[in-house]
Design a protein. Structure first.
Ligand code: NAI
Length: 341
């Protein structure tokens, strides 16, 4: 079968993970081109990853490089424009979350994606590709915990990453805590329940990092949601987990409960020392979801080869941003926000 030639835009924290996976672990694809504003990243892609073509302009990469597909790992505010340009060029597109930060922009993107049904579009909600989440989803779908009553999610970045985040959010629009972080949990709530959110109430506080006030962002936010069938969801998103990268999900059903990653364990090792019994924790998204990032990219490439669309769609992108923006509106206004259909 023909190998898929890929170009990637964005070689930062996320783009590098995708680039390495394509080069090192996906023999069905070849990373032929990269695009970034940062010279050192482009040099590194040439010397360490063996990529032949490097660009500082996305449009030039699309015009010049002979690629079948693009991976978009540029800042969130650029995703819509990059998806639309690539689709119109006849390319398959994998885009990191969120699909966009503004609803009108996403609607324009959907119109374009719908115009090219033979091209693959895949959105990077990688938790759906994590084996533990897939195991839990199967149990929920089999009815093993009965009807869902409540979903509780924690998604808290390590405090050690705050410097990187401040840089990221200063350089370009992140969409705020809910669109940037809680969006993974919003997607999980929709995925596990198969239902849409009808209203949200959200609050937030900047205690450990008041400097986030200047960025108009939150250090920690919490959101309470009601789904269309009255299932409840409680989300905590934050940027100040001093112990590492804390992603935990709980599903409460009428016949039982499921917890995924109750502790963000790094491995199976326990250290017995003068601190007591210490369980090391995973420190970064690229560590905790290493396999999920690989599996979603492999799925993208195989979908191109097989000519079938993946499970995570533009519509999942739109809904998750609508809900995230409703959470932000609720924080800003202090009111519960109804999500109109
Ligand atoms: P970053 O700031 O580390 O890297 C951004 C990259 O985009 C840099 O290589 C920069 O040169 C490039 N870039 C910026 N503007 C550009 C332009 N106009 N044209 C071409 N290249 C441009 O950002 P990071 O953290 O890698 O985030 C990128 C995306 O990945 C964001 O949308 C973010 O939400 C998402 N992300 C997803 C994660 C997940 O868990 N799935 C985790 C972290 C980020």
């Amino acid at each position: 079968m023909k190998k898929i030639n890929v170009g990637i835009v964005g070689l930062g924290r996320m783009g590098l993970t995708h680039a390495e996976n394509i080069v090192e672990r996906i023999p069905e694809a070849v990373l032929v081109a990269v695009c970034s504003f940062v010279d050192e990243e482009l040099q590194m892609a040439k010397t360490k990853l063996g990529v032949e073509k490097a660009y500082t302009s996305f449009e030039n990469m699309l015009l010049d490089a002979e690629i079948d597909a693009v991976v978009i790992a540029s800042p969130s505010g650029l995703h819509g424009e990059h998806i639309r340009l690539a689709m119109k060029k006849g390319l398959h597109v994998f885009c990191e979350k969120p699909i966009g930060v503004e609803v009108e922009d996403i609607e324009r993107t959907i119109e374009v994606v719908e115009g090219y049904p033979k091209q693959i579009f895949h959105l990077g909600f990688m938790r759906r590709y994590d084996k533990s989440y897939q195991y839990a989803k199967q149990k929920v779908d089999n009815g093993e915990i009965g009807d869902l009553t409540l979903i509780r999610c924690y998604g808290i970045d390590p405090a050690s990453e705050l410097g990187n985040f401040v840089q990221f959010a200063t350089n370009s629009k992140s969409g705020g805590l809910f669109a940037d972080m809680a969006i993974h949990d919003i997607d999980l709530v929709r995925w596990f329940s198969g239902k849409e959110v009808k209203r949200v109430w959200a609050i937030g506080k900047n205690t450990a990092y008041p400097e986030l006030d200047d960025l108009g962002d939150l250090e920690t936010g919490a959101s309470m949601m009601q789904l269309e069938d009255n299932t409840m969801a409680l989300l905590v998103a934050g940027r100040n987990a001093t112990h590492g990268y804390h992603v935990e999900t709980e599903l409460i059903g009428t016949k039982g409960m499921l917890r995924i990653a109750q502790e963000p364990e790094k491995n199976h090792v326990s250290i017995f020392n003068n601190q007591g019994v210490v369980r090391p924790t995973s420190q970064h998204f690229s560590e905790r979801f290493k396999e999920a990032f690989f599996r979603e990219m492999k799925e993208f490439i195989l979908c191109i080869q097989d000519g079938k669309q993946p499970g995570v769609t533009v519509y999942d992108g739109l809904e998750s941003t609508v809900i995230a923006n409703a959470c932000q509106e609720s924080v800003d206004t202090g009111k519960m926000v109804e999500i109109s259909k």
